[in-house]
Design a protein around this ligand. Structure first.
Ligand SMILES: Cc1cc2nc3c(=O)[nH]c(=O)nc-3n(C[C@H](O)[C@H](O)[C@H](O)COP(=O)(O)OP(=O)(O)OC[C@H]3O[C@@H](n4cnc5c(N)ncnc54)[C@H](O)[C@@H]3O)c2cc1C
Length: 433
């Protein structure tokens, strides 16, 4: 984010593929900044979304709204302002042997961003989304009122807010239930697979494991070959606080370093390095490997990249994922990082992404023809009754979105009932929300 003296910032999605000038209004108390006037707005938190869900000409920024209000060490309940980062929570709670119940692949997201996207982690097949652990939240509506929402209070607002991409109001505060851990190590097992059949079989075999995720080598001739990563919190009572320094990618990094050949070499190295191992690793190494490289998103160069993440129902999961992978193989687009996960049944939030099935996330460099190609993938996904993740989206067409999200009508009714039309993002305008 680049600032100038009039608080005009140049905002970019995490995928770095476009720039938007935005007037930033900093949230400092649970009242809308007066400078907003009658302009429409959206919250921009820590910018870890890949697309345009947090972009608008006027943005409410929450990076100064980052106080941990209370932490009950006995019950593992934490109450904080919405701009608090997961990394700040972890620094506070790990020494007391508590951990986040659900965490995405980076700890540099805010509590507000995690609720608004209703994020999932490597344990979705066991515990579901982040919202399952949100005991309550405070929501600031455009009329200035602050409403308490939970699974039992103002339920429809809660369901619309969790996964609602910031379109129901500004989340100002949240109270979250943590999970206990014995120490800071994770027992990690990696299993190499040689085909998509083997990868899918491994998901069945290990469905009782707490954390499961598959990395796929899409550059291999063997479609669906990869490494399954399994994890359990270790019983070892050691508490080691990570102090590892982060290397940083400069903003002039030339994109030609990432090309189909270099990724083929890297994937071969990764496969051999991680093949069939059993070891104790740190929480950071297990949950946040990408965080060890600051600004890794610059690796894709000036034109940037997009992460395409979709989910398809379990019954046709194998067919759908192999259809997508074969289509990608025949195209001139390469996925530089491909992750597959199993998900449990959908929750009752109107726009939460997960449904019972398989989710795949693919990182594509932005180049000519990519948007059209992703439209083709969208149609494949829809033909299997799947849908795309709004936190990663920056180009989906309205019709595709509408077919994928059956509770859109309920979401729109909440927007209407609470007069939320001044809350808008580039994404909400594009998708007709
Ligand atoms: C390396 C990496 C790995 C990731 N892994 C995963 C993963 O495994 N699972 C997963 O689910 N996601 C994952 N994500 C996506 C990320 O978790 C979400 O995009 C998250 O919403 C980003 O949070 P943020 O605080 O950066 O918010 P932003 O990106 O700034 O905003 C995200 C959305 O939340 C809204 N929002 C933010 N704060 C508030 C608030 N206080 N009130 C109302 N609305 C608000 C914004 O308006 C916007 O719509 C990953 C992202 C990265 C970069």
């Amino acid at each position: 984010m680049i600032k100038n003296s009039h608080n005009i910032k140049v905002l970019k999605p995490w995928g770095n593929y476009k720039k938007v000038k935005s007037k930033a209004h900093s949230l400092i108390e649970d009242r809308l900044p007066k400078t907003l006037g009658s302009n429409n707005y959206i919250v921009f938190a820590n910018g870890r979304s890949y697309g345009d869900c947090n972009l608008n000409e006027n943005t409410v920024t929450t990076n100064n709204f980052n106080r941990i209000i209370s932490f009950d060490k006995k019950k593992g309940i934490i109450q904080c302002q919405s701009g608090v980062l997961f990394s700040d929570i972890l620094d506070k709670v790990i020494p007391e042997k508590w951990f986040l119940p659900v965490t995405p692949g980076t700890k540099f997201v805010t509590v507000g961003g995690a609720i608004a996207a209703d994020v999932h982690g490597k344990n979705h097949h066991k515990v579901g989304c982040f919202s399952e652990f949100v005991l309550s939240l405070l929501l600031l509506l455009p009329d200035g009122s602050v409403v308490t929402c939970s699974k039992t209070e103002n339920v429809e607002l809660f369901r619309a807010t969790c996964g609602g991409m910031g379109l129901t109001g500004v989340i100002v505060e949240a109270t979250i239930q943590l999970i206990p851990i014995d120490g800071t190590q994770v027992q990690q097992t990696t299993i190499a697979t040689n085909s998509l059949e083997e990868t899918f079989n491994a998901f069945k075999t290990y469905e009782d494991t707490t954390y499961v995720v598959a990395w796929l080598d899409v550059s291999s001739k063997k479609t669906g070959k990869g490494i399954i990563l399994l994890g359990e919190h270790s019983k070892d009572e050691k508490i080691k606080i990570s102090t590892s320094s982060r290397i940083s990618i400069p903003n002039w990094f030339p994109s030609f370093f990432l090309n189909p050949l270099s990724i083929k070499w890297y994937n071969t190295y990764y496969y051999i390095k991680h093949k069939n191992k059993n070891q104790e690793v740190s929480l950071d190494a297990f949950f946040y490997p990408l965080d060890s490289i600051k600004n890794w998103n610059r690796l894709y160069g000036k034109k940037g990249f997009i992460q395409y993440q979709i989910v398809v129902p379990k019954e046709d999961g194998f067919k759908a994922i192999s259809h997508l992978l074969e289509t990608i193989k025949k195209s001139n687009h390469t996925s530089y990082l491909t992750i597959l996960k199993l998900m449990r049944e959908a929750n009752s939030n109107y726009l939460s992404f997960p449904l019972e099935g398989y989710t795949i996330a693919l990182d594509f460099k932005v180049k000519k023809g990519l948007w059209d190609f992703l439209d083709t993938l969208d149609h494949i996904v829809l033909s299997y009754n799947g849908r795309a993740y709004l936190a990663k989206d920056g180009r989906m067409k309205t019709a595709v979105f509408e077919k994928g999200y059956p509770y859109l009508k309920e979401f729109k009714l909440v927007r209407k009932k609470y007069k939320l039309n001044t809350i808008q993002s580039q994404q909400s305008k594009r998708l007709g929300l």
